[in-house]
Ligand binder design. Structure first.
Ligand code: LLP
Length: 420
């Protein structure tokens, strides 16, 4: 459930009419609902409560805006970070270091050092080579690094190939049948505290079976590791649970079903669980609000040209992702159109042959489910300034990131002296 509803003929985010935001901030603009994020955090917390006292570490990559992180930090969520930028954003937003997990296949020595000095719950390592670098960095600082290995369980996550990570040939994790050797190698390194196991098989998962299969393999591995004398105290089960994007498709399994499955599989693990949900917490807490520039007649369906483009919301272009598109002032009539942005390539298409509420030039539309992997993946392609973000709470709203200034965008380029 989200808090974007039509009231008095106008789509609202909580108590704020979306045209008021468009008038104040301009379009395109991302709009986030605080109540929706808070609710999703609570729903997830309730869903996994039966597993003890887990850490829910929000996957910062889904939406790293400081106001979003601060909202979730107040809900008690930690942070799953994958770069020093994300680590610093999480700290700046008030996430306590002991609730931070550092993931990622390419952590640099500088990133390791920064996070070791600042503190964190765990690094999820992805190779013995990385373990060796981690130990050397920690040793030099006179510290010990709390680590887990991310296991690649070789399961097919049944999601889009660009966001599946658990196949044997993917770049992620250590192959599960080499895991015992990796842990043995790590134990021999001087400055590592080997404390956990981690797994993450992909994103926008709409089927629990691959997750269950991966977690089952992790459970077996925990037993083998303990037999080999490792003191395993944490199991990080990653993120990945999908959300409904298309109202007409069957809904993916929800947090409650996921939580029940996890509780069943992990009942005798005797570890503290860690979860890294991203999309589930924020996707349906956001919309991209955009204005129709004009409707261009097509040889086939007409083209609704909006002022948002693939640089603002890349998911349709990158993953053929579906986002529902709705008029902000819905009427009774429908139309079948192509919805496109102004960018000069055909990939700048949000929807083809889409049946949606009728809109015309000057009308506002929203792209739904745009709170995750949306603003954060934006670029300035076609010299379009980065889109602003607005957060709503009840009947208040605030700009939580200003629209990028075009002067600043131009001024960021530096002319070499021979052109000066
Ligand atoms: N943990 C790790 C180690 C991850 O790599 C990810 C996502 C998550 C947690 C959070 O997964 P979630 O709960 O959000 O599914 N840009 C793509 C999604 C990429 C996901 C990358 N990793 C998209 O727009 O669909």
């Amino acid at each position: 459930m989200d808090h974007f509803e039509v009231s008095g003929g106008v789509l609202h985010c909580e108590g704020v009419a979306l045209p008021a935001i468009a008038a104040a901030v301009g379009t395109p603009v991302y709009v986030y609902s605080t109540a929706t994020m808070v609710r999703h955090a609570q729903v997830f917390r309730d869903a996994v409560a039966a597993t003890g006292d887990p850490l829910i570490a929000f996957a910062v990559k889904a939406n790293p805006n400081g106001a979003v992180l601060a909202t979730l930090a107040r809900e008690g969520l930690g942070a799953d970070v994958v770069s020093i930028g994300e680590y610093r954003r999480a700290i700046a937003a008030g996430v306590p270091p002991e609730r931070i997990i550092f993931s990622g296949v390419g952590k640099t020595a500088a990133e390791m050092e920064y996070a070791l000095r600042g503190g964190l719950l765990q690094f999820n390592l992805e190779s013995v080579e990385e373990a060796e670098m981690m130990s050397a960095v920690a040793d030099r600082l006179g510290l010990r690094a709390p680590v887990a290995f991310r296991i690649n369980p070789d399961v097919d996550a049944r999601t889009h190939k660009k966001i599946a990570t658990g196949g044997a040939l993917s770049k992620f994790g250590v192959p599960i049948d080499e895991a015992l050797d990796c842990y043995a190698a790590a134990r021999d390194l001087p400055a590592l505290d080997v404390q956990g196991v981690a797994v993450h098989i992909g994103s926008q998962l709409t089927d629990l079976a691959p997750l269950e299969s991966a977690f089952g393999k992790v459970g077996t591995l925990i037993g083998e590791l303990r037999e080999a004398g490792h003191d395993i105290r944490f199991a990080d089960l990653g993120g990945g649970l999908g959300v409904p994007y298309d109202r007409d498709m069957p809904h993916p399994p929800g947090p409650a079903e996921y939580g029940a499955m996890v509780a069943r599989i992990t009942a005798d693990w005797d570890v503290r669980l860690v979860f890294e949900p991203g999309r589930l917490i924020v996707a349906n807490a956001g919309v991209l609000l955009s204005e129709v520039i004009r409707v261009k007649p097509g040889v086939g369906d007409d083209f609704v040209v909006v002022d948002a483009a693939m640089n603002d919301l890349m998911r349709p272009s990158l993953y053929d992702a579906y986002h529902a598109i709705d008029p902000v002032r819905p009427g009774n009539s429908q139309m079948t159109v192509n919805v496109v942005g102004p960018i000069c390539e055909s990939g700048d298409t949000f929807a083809t042959g889409r049946t949606m509420g009728t809109v015309g030039a000057g009308d506002l539309v929203v792209f739904r489910t745009a709170g995750a992997y949306a603003a954060t993946m934006a670029s300035t392609y076609n010299s379009r300034p980065l889109t602003p973000e607005v957060m709503v709470s009840g009947d208040r709203f605030a700009v939580i990131r200003e629209r990028q200034d075009i002067e600043a965008l131009i001024a960021a380029d530096v002319l070499p002296e021979w052109l000066g």
